[in-house]
Design a protein around this ligand. Structure first.
Ligand code: NAP
Length: 299
């Protein structure tokens, strides 16, 4: 079995590393804040200090960090993955970053000494999808590398699709984020409207979730919204990072995305009011404020 490394043990990286362990891979992990990595020693992983040490001890290294500069840093800084590279190393970035950054990382890795291969393999399905190993994984890179990584992907997710060359996985993930953000707005508006109409919110949610108005957001976020539980699975600040990437790329391609631009502006209001570290379903609060209605159980 290939040896697997994880760099970044946050909301997503931690359960993904646990699932790799459960599937029987020998796993080495590191995290910038070392305390977050400590529990992995008891779970059977080797805990090391730097991404370089992870690369030295692994055949496949997964990065699950925040944004493009963070992936570049853990890959190419003096203590990064490239510094611990060996022939046959495959670096798989599963964070959501810019497609052009993924392409650039692939080029730099190929020119590195020793060279190593890369894949971009961002995911969708949220914290629960990561815990339950039900992620959708959208992959960019060479066919042979995708094939090689497949046993690991199958330990982490259920829907695994090779989209195209380097950066194609990230482009697909950004398309996914458009649908996620706009669905979230649809759910928020539906619940606030129902509240204003004076109808039962739970019954409304239940029947919409069984019909054409259903979505992942209706099924997973609406119950949390109604309960007033805005703890993050996916933080507003990360949602905004993704929507900025969408809008920057759309601008470059002269593509007009009015829905995405609107949701981005609404999230900006939420960030201004201190909600950046809340879950992205806290979008409900913005619609509530605009409408003077609180769509929560018992209010
Ligand atoms: P998170 O909980 O904030 O975790 C981020 C992780 O990255 C932490 O382990 C953090 O280390 C590490 N990190 C960030 N910058 C770093 C740097 N420069 N050097 C070293 N380590 C660094 O975020 P998350 O929710 O797991 O998200 C991770 C990625 O997955 C993001 O790209 C996000 O957009 C994407 N994603 C998230 C979800 C979701 O539902 N949460 C779903 C799909 C995709 P520290 O512990 O030291 O801060």
């Amino acid at each position: 079995m290939e040896r697997v490394g994880f760099v970044g043990l946050g909301i997503m990286g931690a359960p993904m590393a646990r699932n790799a362990l459960k599937a029987g891979f020998p796993v080495t992990v590191t995290n910038r804040t070392p305390d977050r990595a400590k529990p992995f020693a008891d779970a059977g992983a080797t805990v090391v200090r730097t991404p370089r040490e992870v690369a030295e001890r692994s055949d496949l290294v997964v990065t699950m960090v925040t944004s493009s500069p963070d992936v570049e840093a853990v890959t190419f800084s003096p203590d990064g993955i490239a510094a611990g590279a060996h022939p046959g190393l495959l670096a798989i970035d599963m964070s959501t970053i810019s497609p052009s950054a993924s392409r650039e990382i692939a080029k730099r890795a190929a020119a590195s000494r020793p060279p190593f291969h890369t894949l971009d393999a961002p995911v969708s399905g949220g914290e629960l999808g990561a815990i339950e190993a039900r992620l959708a994984i959208m992959v960019g890179g060479d066919e042979a590398d995708v094939k090689r990584a497949m046993p690991l992907f199958e330990a982490l997710g259920k829907t695994i699709v090779h989209i195209g060359g380097h950066g194609a996985g990230q482009a697909c993930k950004l398309a996914n984020q458009i649908a996620v953000a706009i669905n979230n707005l649809g759910v928020s508006e539906a619940l606030v409207f129902a509240k204003a109409q004076g109808i039962d919110l739970e019954r409304t949610r239940q029947v919409i979730a069984g019909g054409a108005g259903s979505s992942w957001a209706m099924q997973n976020y609406a119950p949390k919204m109604l309960a007033g539980d805005f703890r993050p699975g996916f933080m507003v600040d990360l949602q905004q990072k993704d929507l900025r990437l969408v809008l920057d790329n759309a601008y470059g391609d002269h593509v007009s995305l009015p829905g995405t631009a609107l949701v981005h502006a609404l999230y900006t209001a939420l960030q201004r009011d201190g909600g950046g570290r809340e879950g992205n379903h806290a979008l409900l609060k913005v619609i509530e404020r605009l409408s003077g209605q609180e769509a929560r159980h018992g209010r």
